[in-house]
Design a protein around this ligand. Structure first.
Ligand SMILES: NC(=O)c1ccc[n+]([C@@H]2O[C@H](COP(=O)([O-])OP(=O)(O)OC[C@H]3O[C@@H](n4cnc5c(N)ncnc54)[C@H](OP(=O)(O)O)[C@@H]3O)[C@@H](O)[C@H]2O)c1
Length: 294
């Protein structure tokens, strides 16, 4: 329709990008692109594609998310997570567009014992965390109106994620050993996409000028062990789950021991009703069991 705005969603084959693309977006013509149509490693391609699509709003859900591999693929992680968001912001600013960009709890070191607020000091432990932090900073340095949404522990009914891995392993093994000394908050990608849409519907995207970082995801906190217990409980799977320490599963990238994000700022500023992580889990498991129900 002639008066519709154009919304560009990047990373449309990822968990969040796919969830965003599955929503109805009244008032928008939606262009969803995957890596094949827009490769964020290629700066010239980003510039060409954005100048030809001319979006009013970009939701950048594309990212290099292989946290451990990033330790050895530093150049690629920085290209996608740090350079590309800055270039998108720079081109979008030419048309006064709005950039919505996802970042991560891994920008924090994890030494806190109370939920991180947006104003807390960042100090990432990993290449992935550093690359995402630089992405935030490159957007902030641009003249582009933006909303940076830090989220955490994302899972969904598709792709590769902790929930699907645990469900698969539960059907293969009598016992699962799961880390019980990392505290965070699982976020259902379907809820994150819906909350992002709810937020955008509360503002006039043509004039909104309150650029900011926000923490967004489901609410509450848990450990990977307790999350696994809840997954098995909700799925009625009978498997022995053994709590273990992070040191039992050494990984190339260090994870924050505590990375709960305080979401009260976005809740207040946009009057959002944010579901708990348990609600999100139940909704995701229902969609896995019955993909056509709504
Ligand atoms: N997953 C988490 O636990 C988590 C936690 C905190 C924050 N986040 C952030 O949340 C956002 C969404 O994450 P997600 O869980 O949806 O990640 P995801 O499922 O891994 O999806 C990322 C998407 O980015 C695409 N991509 C990778 N390299 C690309 C490139 N060079 N050009 C274009 N697209 C490229 C991938 O394409 P292919 O499908 O072709 O590989 C994939 O579809 C990201 O910003 C991430 O950093 C995620």
């Amino acid at each position: 329709m002639a008066n519709n705005k154009t919304l560009l969603i990047t990373g449309c084959n990822g968990q969040v990008g796919r969830s965003l693309s599955a929503l109805d977006w009244p008032g928008y013509n939606v262009v969803s692109v995957g890596r094949d149509e827009l490769d964020l490693v290629d700066v010239d391609q980003i510039k060409d594609r954005l100048r030809s699509i001319r979006p009013d709003v970009v939701i950048n859900a594309a990212a290099y998310t292989a946290v451990d591999l990033a330790e050895n693929e530093q150049h690629k992680a920085y290209a996608i997570n740090a350079v590309a968001p800055g270039v998108i912001a720079q081109i979008l600013a030419e048309k006064n567009g709005l950039l919505v960009h996802y970042s991560t709890d891994y920008v924090f070191s994890g030494e806190s014992s109370s939920p991180y607020r947006e104003s807390d000091e960042t100090n990432p432990n990993s290449v992935y965390g550093c690359s995402k932090l630089l992405g935030e900073q490159n957007i902030q340095k641009s003249d582009c109106r933006h909303l940076i949404l830090r989220t955490s522990w994302v899972y969904s009914e598709f792709g590769k994620n902790f929930l699907l891995t645990m469900l698969r392993l539960a059907n293969q093994r009598p016992e699962l050993r799961v880390v019980n000394d990392q505290i965070g908050c699982p976020t259902y990608a379907g809820d994150l996409a819906q909350l992002t849409k709810d937020m955008l519907q509360k503002i006039d995207v043509n004039v909104f000028d309150q650029s900011a970082i926000y923490h967004l995801g489901n609410t509450g906190s848990t450990t990977w062990y307790d999350f696994t217990c809840a997954i098995m409980d909700c799925s009625k799977l009978d498997v022995n789950i053994v709590p273990v320490k992070t040191t039992e599963f050494p990984t190339p990238a260090k994870r924050p021991a505590y990375s709960v994000l305080d979401k009260s700022k976005i809740e207040a500023d946009f009057s959002l009703a944010i579901p708990t992580w348990k609600d999100g889990l139940e909704r995701c498991l229902q969609r896995i069991t019955n993909p056509n129900a709504e």
